[in-house]
Design a protein around this ligand. Structure first.
Ligand code: DC
Length: 209
């Protein structure tokens, strides 16, 4: 077991499988998991209710991270908009870095975890897939929940967020130089999880030697 903090940083676009992979790594190694998108979603949801996004980020409370509403497409777009505001990002930075230093190990997933939040993470992954594959996965999930949005609408949403998240000036989404790219387009979820776990295993083994 590691006594020093062990951090796994995972970035990538919406619906590439980051969340599933992060949860599986956390469970497998007993690490804590932070879905950093939820922080931006919580601020986005408050902004939709009329709050000033910078003040909302500075005063964010843990209760704001709960609730099914944060998972809606409307809140996802609002999250992507507030995430382009530098003061919103800086208000959320220290909480994320603190989380990454947990003694028992931590996995964080988002868009700028490898590039900005944890540039020294023990393992850095960029989990991606084609926009079409990601939209189809998201559309299947939504359809199963009774949502009647079409595949084209979901693909549009994915593309709008990809463009906004990767072209903004503040901490744009991009693979960090040292990150392993995991393209899940042609992988089953089990294969994607096994690939990610093998990178962590390798690094943990390396650290022991
Ligand atoms: O991962 P997600 O879909 O829940 O993220 C919602 C939005 O939040 C995403 O479109 C961009 C933003 N985000 C970000 O800018 N940086 C992060 N570390 C995580 C999310």
């Amino acid at each position: 077991m590691h006594s020093a903090p062990f951090t796994v940083a995972i970035d990538g676009p919406a619906a590439a499988g980051k969340g599933t992979i992060s949860r599986a790594i956390a469970e497998h190694f007993g690490f804590a998991h932070l879905d950093t998108g939820l922080l931006y979603r919580a601020v986005g949801a408050l902004a939709l209710e009329g709050a000033n996004p910078i003040e909302a980020a500075q005063a964010l409370q843990p209760e704001a991270l709960e609730g099914g509403r944060l998972r809606t497409a409307e809140v996802a777009q609002a999250a992507s908009r507030v995430a382009a505001i530098p003061e919103v990002r800086s208000a959320l930075l220290e909480f994320q870095r603190e989380f990454a230093r947990r003694p028992g190990g931590a996995v964080l997933d988002g868009r700028d975890i490898c590039t900005v939040i944890c540039p020294d993470a023990d393992v850095q992954l960029f989990v991606t897939a084609s926009a079409e594959t990601r939209a189809e996965r998201r559309w299947r999930e939504l359809s199963a929940k009774g949502d009647d949005r079409t595949l084209e609408q979901v693909l549009d949403d994915v593309r709008i967020r990809d463009t906004r998240d990767s072209e903004r000036d503040a901490a744009p989404m991009r693979p960090a130089e040292g990150a392993q790219i995991v393209d899940t387009s042609e992988m089953s979820i089990e294969e994607a999880i096994a690939t990610a776990i093998s990178y962590v295993e390798r690094r943990k083994g390396f650290d022991r030697n």
